[in-house]
Ligand binder design. Structure first.
Ligand SMILES: Cc1cc2nc3c(=O)[nH]c(=O)nc-3n(C[C@H](O)[C@H](O)[C@H](O)COP(=O)(O)OP(=O)(O)OC[C@H]3O[C@@H](n4cnc5c(N)ncnc54)[C@H](O)[C@@H]3O)c2cc1C
Length: 405
């Protein structure tokens, strides 16, 4: 007997009112919906997705997770996020393929080493494992690294963060969607939010391509489209959108047991559990919303990888794709609520950090939306930090990208 593929979540009627509407079926929207239902019993929730869940960055990222950010506020959130994966695998009963192989960031200048020193000190102060390595120690971790004077930017040392690694991104999307739907959340795909209604400074509903929905609570979790969605209610966000490309190679026998990255080369890579080399980081340096791929990226990536690891010279790439990164001027997200519109919540500006932080942010945002009081851990990310000139300093990490630098 033939058993067709089993869908993880089913269809629900499109209702004209919900207690909460989440715009965007990415990792952040789905995680918030899941925790609203799981932790707060708020199940009269709709996730509205204009294409299909995981269409945005959630399904396009290179799956790297880590907690060695630059500022204590970020380290705290990402560190809780990192510890959440094993718990989530258990409770979702879904193999998210969490692989804590460790992350190695390379430095190619004294300035780079200095920046790592600061970053390691912050991590250690926050109780997160991170250490400075010299070039030889880097090569002991990754034997293919060329630590001679030959590369364009010789390797001086690195920052090693053992608890980081990778998680299967599609599995996270599917697992959260299944978990949310099983608890009563409605997931409406192929439905675009085209307007957000307010009255007397409060959210009253959303307009969609399938009809209007009345609701007192709306979360904007539209990834790269966060600034556009916020503009529907007259809120301007300091976000620039850049294309970020990635690719995977033919599968190889296991040879790379850590995530390796270099801000100087604008390049990172890791070997997937299937054996492919997954590589990315290069961003088109001008703001745009295209998801095309470019020959310039292929050339850049090939040069960077083979300069760092000459043994990769004959490696064949199988697939290349791109997605969008919503960059804020301080490379930290914007998480806010009830300001200036009551009942409206923002979860935007994650740039290329938003996968690793999805489930943990969703857990705290769900609490924020129900208790209407911003949890301590999310407070540093408020939108008003820009008005108050309280930028977060995350940009001082060595690998920083954006039209500003
Ligand atoms: C190539 C690449 C590599 C990356 N690598 C990493 C990495 O290794 N680690 C990491 O932590 N992060 C990484 N990121 C970043 C990460 O993918 C994003 O920050 C993250 O996916 C953001 O999640 P999200 O749920 O906020 O948004 P998304 O996953 O983008 O979801 C937003 C959804 O909203 C939908 N939407 C938009 N507008 C509307 C509307 N009006 N109505 C209804 N739906 C709408 C979109 O279709 C989309 O599905 C990478 C990104 C890219 C592109």
């Amino acid at each position: 007997m033939f058993f067709g593929p089993r869908r993880f979540w089913g269809d629900n009627p499109f209702k004209s009112s919900y207690e909460a509407v989440i715009i965007g079926g990415g990792v952040h929207g789905l995680a918030t919906a899941y925790y609203l239902a799981r932790d707060h019993g708020l199940t009269d929730v709709a996730v509205i997705e204009r294409r299909y869940i995981g269409y945005g960055g959630a399904g396009r990222n290179t799956a790297i997770v880590r907690a060695n950010q630059r500022t204590p506020e970020n380290v705290r959130l990402y560190s809780e996020g990192l510890k959440l994966w094993p718990e989530l695998i258990d409770e979702l009963d879904f193999n998210l393929m969490f692989f804590d192989c460790g992350n190695l960031n390379l430095a190619h200048s004294e300035a780079g080493m200095g920046a790592f020193r600061l970053q390691v000190a912050t991590a250690q102060f926050m109780g997160v494992r991170s250490e400075l390595l010299d070039a030889k120690q880097c090569q002991e971790l990754v034997p293919l690294l060329d630590i001679s004077d030959r590369p364009k930017y010789p390797i001086l040392g690195g920052m090693y963060h053992p608890p980081g690694g990778t998680v299967r991104h599609d599995a996270v999307v599917w697992g959260l969607a299944r978990g949310a739907w099983a608890r009563g959340v409605h997931i409406h795909q192929q439905t675009e939010v085209t307007g957000i209604d307010t009255a007397d400074g409060r959210v009253t509903g959303v307009r969609t391509t399938r009809g209007n929905i009345r609701t007192p609570k709306v979360l904007i979790a539209t990834g790269a489209y966060g600034a556009q969605t916020a503009r529907l209610v007259g809120i301007r966000l300091p976000i620039q959108v850049l294309t970020i490309q990635a690719m995977v190679s033919q599968p190889l026998k296991p040879f790379l047991h850590h995530v390796v990255s270099s801000g100087t080369y604008h390049c990172y890579c890791h070997q997937s559990l299937k054996g492919e080399l997954v590589t990315g980081a290069h961003m088109d340096p001008w703001p745009n919303y295209t998801t095309q791929v470019t020959a310039e990226y292929l050339k850049h990536q090939a040069e960077a990888l083979t300069d760092l690891m000459p043994a990769l010279k004959s490696l064949k790439f199988m697939r290349i794709w791109s997605g969008l990164a919503d960059m804020t001027p301080d490379m930290a997200p914007i998480i806010d609520g009830n300001d200036p519109v009551e009942g409206l919540y923002l979860d935007c500006g994650w740039g290329y950090f938003g996968f690793k932080s999805g489930p943990i942010t969703g857990r705290y945002l769900a609490r924020f939306m129900v208790e209407e009081c911003c949890p301590d851990i999310l407070q540093p990310f408020s939108l008003k930090r820009y008005r108050e000139n309280r930028l977060m300093g995350e940009i001082s990490t060595p690998p920083n990208y954006g039209p500003w630098n």
